[in-house]
Write a protein that binds this ligand. Sequence first.
Ligand SMILES: [Zn+2]
Length: 308
Amino acid sequence: MKDNLQKFMFEHAGVRGELVELPNTWREILSHQTYPKAVQTILGELLAASALLSANLKFNGTMIMQIHGDGPVRLLVVECDAQLRLRATAKLAPDVEIADDASLSDLVHQNGQGRFVITLDPNDKMPGQQAYQGIVPLDGESIATVIENYMMRSEQLDTKLWLAADSEVTRGLLLQKLPKIGGTESSVEDETEAWNRAVILGSTVKQQELLDTDIDTLMNRLFWEETLRVFELQHPEFHCNCTREKVGNMLKMLGEEEIKSAIAELDKLDINCDFCGKHYSFDQVDCAQLFVASTLVDGVITPSGSKH
Ligand SMILES: [Zn+2]
């Protein structure tokens, strides 16, 4: 069984919807990392939300969602590319006890300093081009409301999300009111009514029901009275794009002195990818090469790219 993402439209209503279920992706992520139950819930919900938002983007690149926390959870990261390939990880403060029923605020917004960051990183960046980044305070009591508030604030899009995650699966439903396009026959009142009706129907879904029910059944159960246009089923999957070269670049950014003193102490540097658990080892020679190579390149090519 594959993971599934189903897009649909309410005919003549200016409302789009999506359902996603990620049992395989989610179990793969959890096979590399162990989190307390409350952390598992918010990371899983962020994963489902990331697939739902990415599927609506016409953008060739990776969407990175991060929550920078000021409590026992320091960082949540979820990435989704244009092919709906996902990876996720969380970093916790050392030696913390996290209650099963800890709220989002308890975990990442204890002192009101939590931040929600969305980055759109294009695949084919021009030299010097920066990724788009939106940073907002963590406004909301759940992952769903944080994203709803972000979408309203930064995109002016009415969006509703229902998300649920446990150790087996993460599932989500998204409804979004499409911007009014001139020339359509329906009035603003009709469109508002259609939106409200869709949201009322979506709101009948229970958290446990989201965890227990496949998306095909959910769509029929929630919207059986509506005329829906259903698009081709998509299949999100787990993928980690870590490479030895990227890990090497990360080491380089720490600086030659830092790496030299670490390698003198440890003999070799062992690094595990936070996302997929893959192991990378850099011995003394590998570390020395990191800096030799960069010196050579710098010696040959000036910042403008012309050769000497
Ligand atoms: Zn990896």
